[in-house]
Design a protein around this ligand. Structure first.
Ligand code: ZN
Length: 213
């Protein structure tokens, strides 16, 4: 088992055998064009570290409650991660309940055992406020992509820590966004190794659970 994990983890960018499936639930009604561009950004970021992304858009009716009926933990396969882009009002409720700082753009709760979180929340209205405040309108999709990649990073790194540079920085400045525009705001080599190993671990876990059925 360990050998397989290692082999998959070492696959590297040249041989992208590791794949994550990302379910997007767009409660914030982000325009499709912006969302697709953001997803392309996320795909690029993960491809750089040898992880491929498969996107699934889940259609929603506006009446559905993001925190309740849609997400049923037990029905999710191991490797699928869900991105809930939640509405301003849902984000407000969550921020108050969890006492979140104003500059928090997303949230990725950990699973009970601290490994294997599969759901990230993204606060799109805060991304919008951020780009409006800095007159970076044309970079909304880029910033949204960075936020999604950052939250997936938390899920796959299994921790809430931040680094001093790169995607996992707590807050990005203009220099970071310039780097991002050139595709150079990335995971560190160490983070990349951990993410690849974690994707491999979850793929094997999924494979094992399939075989048991
Ligand atoms: Zn973070």
């Amino acid at each position: 088992m360990a050998v397989i994990v290692l082999a998959l983890a070492r696959a590297g960018p040249a041989e992208p055998t590791l794949t994550i499936t990302l379910r997007v639930l767009n409660y914030a009604e982000v325009p499709e064009k912006t969302l697709i561009q953001a997803e392309e950004e996320v795909t690029r970021i993960f491809r750089k570290i040898g992880v491929e992304s498969v996107w699934r858009h889940i259609s929603l009716s506006s009446e559905q409650n993001p925190a309740g009926s849609v997400f049923r933990r037990s029905s999710f396969p191991f490797l699928e991660l869900s991105i809930l882009i939640i509405s301003r009002s849902a984000a407000k409720t969550m921020a108050e309940r969890l006492d979140l700082k104003k500059e928090v753009f997303g949230l990725s709760p950990r699973s009970k055992d601290g490994r294997g979180g599969r759901l990230a929340y993204v606060f799109h209205h805060r991304v919008r406020e951020y780009v409006i405040k800095r007159t970076l309108f044309e970079q909304e999709a880029l910033v949204l992509g960075l936020v999604i990649a950052h939250e997936i990073g938390h899920l796959l790194l299994n921790h809430t820590n931040h680094s001093r540079t790169g995607i996992m920085r707590e807050r990005w400045d203009r220099q970071d966004l310039r780097l991002a525009a050139f595709g150079d705001l990335v995971f560190s080599p160490q983070q990349a190794d951990l993410i690849r190993a974690e994707v491999a671990r979850r793929m094997i876990k999924r494979e094992n659970s399939k075989n048991r059925k």
